[in-house]
Design a protein around this ligand. Structure first.
Ligand SMILES: [Ca+2]
Ligand SMILES: [Ca+2]
Ligand SMILES: [Ca+2]
Length: 253
């Protein structure tokens, strides 16, 4: 025990007193200066034991030389990650620069060298509808006596709801507050998105007459911000209106 104490104390003394010299410092690929290893090019680590090229990734066929990426013509950056072909090329409307051609690859609906032109859609295809909110009650009464309403969705031209033009199938006995998606009845192709339309929900009560639930009127073109894949029918000015429906759509140009 005594021996050990003395030994440990000696080690401690040694380490503190040797801080400023290189007696006990081993620099595998470098030279020692005041107790610190200065590594040769291409090496790193306390003892310069690590070859930088073992861990450095040089992209785009770059080659690691002495710890530095040497990039082929047309590329730059620490990892050769920058393709100079696209430098100064700014693509608009979500387009991305194609480094092979140094031109912009545009999202559907846009054209031009920089995707600056907005195309006019020729067709809007509705593939499904998701119902997120509908009136819980029929002016305080239950929609159906013993179970939930059997909801279907209609689209018609004009400002009044009309379930004789386009309707989906019904989702039986729905529960308020639970979203559901209807695909039956779709796709529906619409070429005139600027026409005034009414979107409505009904409770199917066949063989009796169906009950109208709620509706919203408007032009699909007013909802068009870019070319979204989902279009929400919702009245932001009247959030208490229990009607929140989202159309799943595809555009053609
Ligand atoms: Ca009913
Ligand atoms: Ca029902
Ligand atoms: Ca019903």
């Amino acid at each position: 025990m005594k021996n050990c104490l003395f030994f440990c104390f000696a080690i401690l003394l040694l380490t503190t007193s040797c801080k400023d010299d290189c007696k006990d410092v081993q620099c595998i690929n470098g030279s020692c200066d005041e107790g610190i290893c200065n590594c040769f090019p291409g090496f790193t680590g306390d003892e310069c034991e690590t070859r930088i090229c073992d861990t450095l990734v040089c992209m785009n066929d770059g080659e690691c030389v002495n710890g530095v990426c040497e990039c082929p013509e047309g590329f730059s950056g620490l990892n050769c990650e920058t393709n100079l072909a696209c430098q100064g090329v700014t693509c608009e409307n979500g387009g991305t620069c194609n480094t092979a051609t140094a031109t912009c690859d545009c999202l559907p609906g846009y054209s031009g060298d920089f995707c600056e032109n907005v195309l006019t859609p020729t067709n809007l295809r509705i593939t499904a509808v998701r119902i997120d909110d509908f009136p819980d009650t029929n002016n305080g009464a239950a929609w159906d006596a013993s179970d939930g309403p059997d909801i279907y969705f209609s689209i018609n031209t004009g400002t009044m709801p009309d379930n004789t033009q386009f309707t989906t199938s019904s989702t039986m006995n729905t529960t308020a507050g639970t979203s559901f998606t209807i695909t039956d009845g779709f796709p529906l192709d619409i070429t005139d998105i600027a026409t005034m339309r009414t979107f409505a929900l009904y409770d199917s009560d066949a063989p009796d007459a169906d009950e109208y639930m709620e509706a919203l009127s408007g032009k699909l073109s007013d909802l068009q911000l870019g070319f979204p894949t989902e279009m929400r029918l919702y009245d932001a000015n009247n959030p208490s209106l229990e009607f929140d429906v989202t159309l799943m759509v595809e555009w053609s140009f």
